[in-house]
Every structure is written in C-alpha cells, then in structure tokens.
Ligand binder design. Structure first.
Ligand code: RTP
Ligand code: MG
Length: 135
C-alpha cells in the first residue's frame, strides 16, 4: 500500500554534509519526494515531535540536539514507505545497525544518528501534520 512518512536529516547529518547521501538513497530506492524543507526547530515543535518520549531521562538532551541547528524535513511516498524507511535507517543505536543502513554506515553514537523516520501510520500522520500542515 502506498504510504507517506516523515523523514528528517537531523542536525548532525546536515552539519556533516550528509543531506545528499540521504536524499540519494531515497531517490535510488524509488520513493517520491512530496515535500522538502530546511529549517531549525523551535523547542515547542521539537517537544511536540518527540512527545512520546517526554518522560524519558534523555528527553532534554534530545530536544537540545534536535533544535541545535538546521535539519532537513521531508515527506516521502511509496509502497510501505513507513516500515521500509525504518529498515533503510537501521537500528536506533548505530553500533547495532546493520551495514548498508544509514545508521550502520554513517553513525557511531545513539544521540547523533543522522536520520529520523516515523514509526507507525499514526506517528506518520501526526508528524507530517506537524511539519507540513498544508499537506
Ligand atoms: P527517531 O525517532 O529519532 O527516528 O529514532 P528511533 O525511532 O529509532 O528511536 P526512538 O526510540 O524514537 O528515540 C528517539 C531518539 O532518542 C535518542 N535515544 N536515546 N539514551 C537512550 O536510551 C536513547 N534512546 C533513544 C536517539 O537519538 C533516538 O533516535
Ligand atoms: Mg522514534
């Protein structure tokens, strides 16, 4: 089933010049780019985006990091895009992410793992509406 999902190239990925690498993987896979924007999140938007983690001990650091500089936000579309993009990113911890995945190939630490992808249809709908309310 064709789906849309929210992709972020997080501030570490933008700062390291990995935007082209991530977009290239999306395009080579065959997903369609529906929306694309470089922006720096304010804290309220970041806290809303990661609201599911509000009670976690790492929440403050996560919001500090995701607001620390410009990120690339994108909506991509294609068959099973939500789970497929999560597979392409690899495990949350880059040390456990398989080679060939974004995190497996391009990152070493959990807190700076280059990319985000929505984790369910409900998350995708919520996150797309947060970043791109016109869609
Ligand atoms: P994301 O939401 O950023 O795509 O990452 P994810 O689904 O793979 O992982 P999630 O559980 O949603 O966690 C969001 C981000 O928080 C950081 N994290 N740190 N110290 C820890 O135990 C811990 N757990 C998660 C990671 O940077 C993760 O991407
Ligand atoms: Mg997540």
């Amino acid at each position: 089933m064709s789906e849309r999902t929210l992709v972020l190239v997080k501030p570490d990925g933008v700062a390291r010049g990995l935007v082209g690498e991530v977009l290239s993987r999306i395009e080579r896979k065959g997903f369609t780019l529906v929306a694309l924007e470089l922006r720096t999140l304010d804290r309220a938007t970041a806290e809303s985006h990661y609201g599911e983690h509000a009670e976690k001990p790492f929440f403050g650091e996560l919001v500090d990091f995701i607001t620390s500089g410009p990120l690339l936000a994108a909506v991509i579309e294609g068959r099973e895009a939500i789970s497929s993009w999560r597979t392409m990113m690899g495990a949350t911890d880059p040390a456990k992410a398989a080679p060939g995945t974004i995190r497996g190939d391009l990152a070493t630490v959990m807190s700076e793992n280059v990319s985000h992808g929505s984790d369910s249809p409900e998350s995708a709908a919520r996150e797309i509406a947060l970043f791109f309310p016109h869609l």
